[in-house]
Design a protein around this ligand. Structure first.
Ligand code: ADP
Length: 602
């Protein structure tokens, strides 16, 4: 007689049968993990119950393929189930928690399956019919449970001789969308066992071959660098060995082992939204989740690896996992540990660190200004920039350590490349004064610097900011006077050019002009912000500075007094020059080139 599933189970079953979830293969992990539990139970019972006699070495999980009839068989010699247990365990869902969760998240049902699996029922994703033949240890009867899905199941007596459970999956027929017959392919099964169940502590045997290694690499005591590297390259499909392997082990408040890797280059999709961060989360050797996001802060999203803890239940739901205290604690530890390792790499192996920073520096910088700078203090010491003095990358700490105590600013300049910044007129002057300048060549650098605002009480100072002040009192006086005397001229130029300010400067050595900016948005930031696909365009407040010691000053004065038309042309040409040096576009190139031609053909 056919019996009905309990209504909740029916719903879940329905979900499984009609699942469009693509990662159906996880059913194998679920069944193997159930078998492993059954072997554990038998083993522990044998320790206390004299009547149960087993040899631990005999305990195993057997996989068999019947390719003619497309049946995949998973069998264990564990504790087994009696009739009531078959009925209760397979007719109902024990995990009411995960079902409640599922009901609340109907739309996201596919995701739940992917993240956790729902135990035995997940096998219905790939099977049109399932039989479970089981004999409870020390019982003289055995039973076979059979079901083709939602319309119920039957239980009959059977003649199984050995204790344990044998699950036969009658695979669904292949469709255009899914090749169910993959699961009668030996190599596919081997691959899946390796992928999901390698660390199950009992042998998983197919055709006399044991498929799993049984000891996870992070639990082994003596592992060579080559072994770690090989594990990494195989597991994460990387052609290059990791830059750093970090092994941790914690006991106490929460106990876990972790094996972490810092890749030596950014994966091709790292800076796209397709990239998923996360560490594999194991609970006692069983993979719970391939990419557990909650174990890594965003700024360390490049870290790969594994966390294995016994303090998290295998059946935990996604929602509960996010709130799980143990997980939070582990995340915190990992965060600290990785940052400590990076800092030590920066101090002891600069070359390696530069390689790291070239790959993942932008992520660290993002971490500094993300969330209103909440993590900036954790990350600021991981920053490195090219220094004009060292002609190499240095940290902010190194900058501070090498300057005169009286210097109260950290000078920086942004641009497209080290060479371009190096040739900027203003750079020459600041260098001449003996100051070290940090060259910011990454788009996001200035955002990070702005979020930091200062480092060890020294303010960051953009040398292309118009308020850059390097003058002695005497120099200032002289410059003020020149500007005062030429007020009308400068105002007139400002009107002609329609910019925020024009002034004479003594900042430039040999160059005639340069552009600086006032206020919060620098010229480099304007470039970056306007490269983003937003409607609103942002403009820096532009200041044209003219070298007060350059012959062009006299020329301008002369024209302003005698020939306004020429003065107009000169103003435009000078401003365009300054824009060109900054790498900024010119609004009216034809007009400017005509103006130049006008003048040179005179
Ligand atoms: P879970 O394993 O998370 O409890 P499942 O739906 O996978 O949920 O299994 C339900 C129950 O069926 C298990 O708790 C276990 O008692 C029993 N069970 C499943 N597979 C086996 C097996 N191979 N041997 C013995 N008992 C099993």
């Amino acid at each position: 007689m056919k019996k009905q599933f309990k209504s909740e189970s029916k719903k879940l079953l329905d979900l499984m049968i009609n699942s469009i979830y693509t990662n159906k293969e996880i059913f194998l992990r679920e069944l193997i993990s159930n078998s492993s539990d059954a072997l554990d139970k038998l083993y522990y019972n044998s320790l206390t119950n004299q009547d149960i006699k087993i040899k631990k070495a005999d305990l195993k999980i057997n996989i068999e393929i019947n390719d003619k009839n497309k049946i995949l068989i998973i069998e264990d010699n564990g504790i087994g189930m009696d009739k009531t247990e078959l009925e209760n365990n397979l007719g109902t869902i024990a995990k009411s928690g995960s079902l409640a969760f599922k009901n609340e998240n109907k739309d996201k049902k596919i995701d739940i399956i992917g993240q956790f699996g729902v135990g035995f029922y997940s096998a219905f994703m790939v099977s049109k019919k399932i039989t479970v033949e089981s004999k409870k240890v020390n019982s003289d009867k055995s039973y076979i449970w059979s079901s083709e899905g939602v319309d119920g199941y039957t239980i009959k007596e059977s003649d199984k001789k050995e204790n344990g459970t044998k699950i036969s999956l009658f695979l669904k027929d292949d469709t255009e969308d899914y090749k169910y017959s993959d699961f009668i392919d030996l190599n596919k099964i081997k691959e899946l066992v390796k992928k999901y169940s390698d660390y199950i502590r009992y042998p998983i045997v197919m055709n006399k071959e044991t498929l799993n290694s049984m000891t996870p690499i992070w639990k082994k005591s003596k592992v060579s660098d080559e072994e770690y590297n090989e594990y990494y390259t195989n597991k994460y499909y990387d052609y290059e060995k990791p830059l750093k392997v970090i092994k941790t082990s914690a006991e106490g408040l929460c106990s876990y082992k972790s094996l972490l890797f810092i890749p030596s280059h950014a994966p091709f999709d790292y800076y796209t939204k397709d990239y998923e961060k996360g560490l594999s989360l194991y609970s006692s050797g069983v993979l719970i989740m391939d990419k557990c996001k909650d174990l890594l802060p965003d700024y360390l999203s490049f870290v790969k690896g594994v966390v294995d803890t016994e303090d998290i239940s295998l059946n935990i739901s996604r929602e509960m996992l996010q709130q799980d205290k143990t997980l939070k604690l582990i995340e915190k530890n990992i965060d600290n540990k990785v940052r400590k390792e990076l800092l030590s790499m920066l101090q002891n192996n600069k070359e390696e660190y530069i390689k790291f920073f070239k790959a993942f520096g932008p992520q660290i910088k993002f971490g500094i200004y993300n969330n209103f700078g909440i993590d900036k203090d954790k990350l600021k010491d991981l920053l490195i920039f090219y220094s004009s003095k060292a002609k190499d990358y240095i940290s902010l700490k190194e900058y501070i350590d090498n300057i005169d105590e009286k210097q109260d600013k950290i000078y920086y300049c942004s641009g497209e490349s080290i060479e371009k910044i190096d040739s900027l007129p203003l750079v020459e002057r600041v260098k001449e004064k003996g100051y070290d300048i940090l060259y910011l060549i990454d788009m996001v650098d200035e955002f990070a610097i702005n979020a930091l605002n200062s480092y060890e009480n020294k303010q960051f100072q953009n040398i292309t900011d118009s308020n850059l002040d390097l003058d002695s009192e005497e120099e200032k006086k002289k410059n003020n006077k020149i500007n005062e005397d030429n007020k009308e001229l400068l105002n007139s130029m400002k009107e002609i050019l329609n910019i925020d300010e024009v002034k004479f400067t003594n900042k430039l050595k040999n160059h005639p002009v340069c552009i600086t900016s006032k206020g919060n948005v620098s010229i480099e930031m304007e470039k970056v912000l306007n490269a983003m696909p937003t409607e609103e365009k942002i403009q820096a407040q532009i200041v044209l500075e003219i070298n007060e010691n350059h012959p062009i000053k006299n020329k301008l004065e002369e024209l302003f007094n005698n020939n306004k038309e020429e003065f107009n042309k000169y103003s435009k040409i000078l401003y365009s020059e300054a824009r060109l040096i900054e790498g900024l576009p010119i609004d009216n190139p034809t007009e400017i080139s005509n103006l130049i031609c006008d003048i040179i053909s005179k």
